[in-house]
Design a protein around this ligand. Sequence first.
Ligand code: CP
Length: 305
Amino acid sequence: IKHLRSAADLDAETATLILDTAGEMAALSGREVKKLPALRGRTVVNLFYEDSTRTRISFEAAAKRLSADVINFSAKGSSVSKGESLKDTALTLQAMGADAVVIRHSASGAPHRLAGWVDGSVVNAGDGTHEHPTQALLDAYTMRSRLGRLDGLKVSIVGDVLHSRVARSNVLLLTTLGAQVTVVGPPTLIPLDVAAALSEKTQVSYDLDSVLPDSDVVMMLRVQTERMQDSYFPSAREYSRRYGLDVPRLKRLPEHAIVMHPGPMNRGMEIAPEVADSPRSTIVEQVANGVSVRMAVLYLLLGGK
Ligand code: CP
């Protein structure tokens, strides 16, 4: 494939190749190989129109470990504030010879538009409420390395499904790889049209306590208050009581089950601090795995040597 705009771009074979390649990248890093020459002479542009900590830094680290030249562009402080369009920004990057453009944008579909304007590969680093495919890949990698398989794994994705690009990409990728996914949350955050669309691939539940004992993985989602109207979200305390993962709920999980969160977290709202910091939590591991997975994505898209 040339671009990674959606988890739907990946069939099972390609997704597995990315996860296996990420494993090789991680093994090399573990053997103290700090830098590989695979993308020497290639240029990766990180084009971030929305804030990010993990994704931006890990794409930068991934490209640098593969010896690519990296240009970091953030909309703040650029000519975007003078009204320059995404297309004109893209053409400027194209003129500077970008081999890959990693884009985060508040508009769903921005990576698809960008791919029509630049010659290089486009990687979606999160577009609006639409998708975040490399997050899904690093999540799948983490599940596979902790639990040994994805096929048949029971994964519950919990919380603000309506606004979650992480949930959408995970549903697509995990079901492609054979996992059984259940999305869980309040009816206001999984409204009927969203539930109907998701029900083609997943189970939908509004009762967290009933799904916990049968989950191998519980993935908590950030409550995205910045994207909400009041009607979606009556009160933080009520939300936490019904859908927050606290210590009593952690005890309802099978012993082998893991707890995930893509970050950034609202500690005390969707996840209790004791749960986030518990040995069952893979939250820090997910961040570390993100570098290996993004190395694999850049390496495979750019045909690294
Ligand atoms: N998980 C994730 O996308 O985090 P950032 O917003 O910090 O990149």
